[in-house]
Design a protein around this ligand. Structure first.
Ligand code: CDV
Length: 313
């Protein structure tokens, strides 16, 4: 018996610096209403959905940085999103900058939450692979200061029982790392939800620029196939504050095939009816981890820390 979950990838076009959270939430609500018409039960929004991608700016004043963060979720600006989703009976995955006051200090994470159809937050993920740099690098056309503004996520890669399946999340740069998918794969994940902000220009490695679309697809397709899971990758695309960014949101099946894909680089919803059991045939044959993985061999190689000289002949 198939277990269907209709999922919408809610791609966003650019969000400029002077766009308010209220404006953005209005666009997210428009996505939810369209998702309802398309029969979606779960909608995935991008990384740092609520604002422009602020790590592109060097901001020495911490108060200026903190203005991009959410101390409450839902808060006054996001409450209408939660209310509309609940009224429509749609769940969602939302990326945002999370500010936590804890033990007299302040912690900041690049976070995603999973919200059930009744409005409850049922899952949280904090980005582990933070790209970029921590100091001002004036030679760049734009900064990428995630390593300054966020801590490395401290929740690992949890997989949540929700929406009748096993759901994991990761964020943007995480999608390029095989460990991300495998750690969730080892927990039996059936669908991985991820949002991204990927500039089409990579300042330290401009030779990668022309491969941006290919690399995006390559990592999500490989992650899906090698772990027998759906992957839903959702962009904030288009030219934001002068920085052109990759769109190409897509839904990848456990076969590794792309089954739905955005055609524009603006606000666009693409949906697919995902059978959460579709990964089973991969998980029980080619990628049956219990039968075929060889953790002892992997450990031996990691502990050796480097290549071995060829044997003398
Ligand atoms: N937001 C990101 O994590 N972006 C990175 C860029 C900097 C390469 C990405 O992997 O898409």
């Amino acid at each position: 018996m198939p277990r269907y979950l209709t999922v919408g990838a809610a791609q966003m076009g650019p969000i400029q610096r002077d766009h308010s959270r209220r404006d953005v939430v209005g666009r997210l609500i428009a996505h939810l209403r369209e998702a309802r018409r398309m029969g979606c039960e779960l909608v995935v929004f991008p990384e740092l959905t609520l604002t422009t991608f602020f790590p592109r700016w060097w901001m020495p004043d911490q108060a200026e940085v903190d203005a991009w963060f959410e101390a409450d979720m839902p808060g006054p600006d996001t409450a209408p999103l939660f209310a509309e989703a609940k009224a429509l009976g749609i769940g969602f995955c939302l990326g945002y900058a999370e500010l936590v006051r804890q033990d007299g200090g302040t912690r900041r994470f690049n976070t995603s939450i999973l919200v059930e159809r009744d409005g409850r937050i049922v899952g949280k993920y904090r980005k582990v692979h933070l790209p970029g740099h921590a100091e001002h690098e004036p030679w760049r056309q734009f900064q990428h200061l995630e390593k300054r503004y966020f801590e490395v996520g401290d929740l690992g890669f949890p997989v949540y029982r929700a929406f009748g399946g096993l759901i994991g999340m990761c964020i943007c740069n995480d999608r390029r790392w095989p460990e991300t998918y495998r750690v969730m794969g080892l927990q039996g994940v059936e669908i991985v939800l991820l949002g991204y902000n990927t500039p089409l220009h990579n300042p330290p490695a401009p030779d990668h620029d022309e491969h941006s679309w290919f690399h995006n697809q390559l990592v999500m397709q490989a992650g899906a196939y090698q772990n027998g899971t759906w992957v839903v990758g959702v962009a904030k695309g288009g030219t934001e504050e002068g920085v052109p960014s990759l769109a190409d949101s897509q839904i990848v099946a456990p076969s590794g095939k792309v089954v739905a894909r955005a055609a524009s680089d603006g606000d666009e919803l693409v949906a697919h009816r995902c059978d959460l059991d579709a990964g089973r045939s991969y998980k029980t044959t080619t990628f049956n981890f219990v039968v075929h993985r060889q953790p002892d061999q992997y450990r031996m190689i990691v502990e050796r820390k480097g290549a071995v000289e060829p044997p003398a002949t």
